[in-house]
Design a protein around this ligand. Structure first.
Ligand SMILES: NC(=O)c1ccc[n+]([C@@H]2O[C@H](COP(=O)([O-])OP(=O)(O)OC[C@H]3O[C@@H](n4cnc5c(N)ncnc54)[C@H](OP(=O)(O)O)[C@@H]3O)[C@@H](O)[C@H]2O)c1
Length: 298
């Protein structure tokens, strides 16, 4: 019987290529996205390369915490899980709030994968040895490192706020790796490098995503963004596929897999104890776990 793998935002971009890579390696892959039509096309493409059980699509908007909870319940009912790739991520040119009234960068890039992971720990334990892979970004380097509140002080700049939410998620995932040590669940972060996808071809073309000081350098920055995201989604999926499946990582946990498909040092800030404590406090407050649906993170 095929082992089960879930890839969020798996119907396009890097997520679809990750899903194809896992299906090629014999996993029964479930991909999550919002758009059913895109989901159906993705399933055709994944089926064409699958060597194990048939792939499935599940619709969920991961910007909604209720939909994340419903997705977790649906996936949990399907039984043990061996791989969870939290690939969802988004950058917003303008400040947006989700249906839960939470700033969207923080909700989609951190709270959603946080909540889904916590709610699926029992299934990952049952499917062990299992792996959790969260997709991170080098944008972390341009992030404000304060997590006293969801929104950092100062104006909204999509690129910086995206990087900050990814930093929050990396801090959480590295802490989770330690928390789960010895349980049969190992935890990795994967940095895809850059790829030309909907995200990079869309939001990253607006100078509004960077702070006013950096906007003065926009033509240079835009070229740098273009150069750093001109790769293919299939190359950018390789760190996630490696983190999810490679035997050389057996028994290891808490590693960041870089674009060159090998472990690299975690970005500074992600291991800062104060940042971890604040990220966990915000996560518990904004995305509380309901009784019986998972274990409360320490
Ligand atoms: N591309 C890069 O250069 C780059 C660099 C560093 C890190 N990353 C990270 O890599 C991951 C994948 O990025 P990408 O460039 O492949 O992004 P993308 O092209 O925007 O991803 C498209 C996929 O995301 C899904 N999606 C978007 N918002 C969603 C939501 N709210 N709920 C559910 N599904 C949603 C889409 O489904 P629908 O069509 O149904 O909405 C589709 O399956 C992200 O975590 C991103 O932050 C990317």
């Amino acid at each position: 019987m095929s082992q089960r793998a879930v890839v969020t935002a798996g119907t396009g971009g890097i997520g679809l290529e990750t899903a194809k890579g896992l299906a090629e390696r014999g996993f029964a892959v479930t991909v999550v996205g919002r758009n059913a039509e895109r989901g159906a096309i993705a399933i055709e493409r994944i089926t064409a390369v699958a060597t194990g059980a048939a792939p499935h699509f599940v619709a969920a908007d991961l910007a909604s915490l209720d939909q994340v909870r419903a997705l977790a319940a649906h996936l949990a009912a399907e039984g043990p899980l061996s791989v969870l790739v939290n690939n969802v991520g988004a950058m917003f040119a303008q400040r947006q709030q989700t249906v839960d009234g939470i700033e969207a960068s923080f909700a989609v890039n951190h709270l959603s994968p946080y909540l889904l992971t916590e709610l699926l720990l029992d299934q990952l334990r049952a499917g062990g040895p299992s792996r959790i892979v969260n997709v991170t970004s080098a944008a972390i380097k341009a992030a404000k490192r304060t997590f006293d509140a969801v929104e950092p002080p100062g104006g909204y700049y999509g690129f910086h706020w995206y990087g900050r939410a990814k930093l929050a998620n990396l801090a959480y995932i590295l802490h989770l790796a330690e928390r789960l040590r010895g349980t049969g669940i190992t935890v990795f972060a994967a940095d895809p490098g850059g790829a030309a996808t909907d995200m990079t071809n869309g939001t990253m073309t607006s100078p509004k995503i960077v702070s006013p000081a950096l906007r003065l350098l926009w033509p240079l920055l835009r070229r740098a963004f273009e150069r750093s995201t001109d790769g293919t989604a299939s190359d950018a999926a390789r760190p996630s596929i490696f983190a999810a499946t490679d035997a050389s990582l057996d028994g290891q946990t808490g590693l960041l897999i870089g674009p060159e498909i090998r472990p690299v040092p975690a970005f500074r800030g992600a291991t800062d104890p104060q940042a971890i404590e604040n990220v966990l406090r915000l996560s518990r407050q904004l995305a509380p776990l309901r009784d019986g649906s998972g274990i409360q993170p320490r």
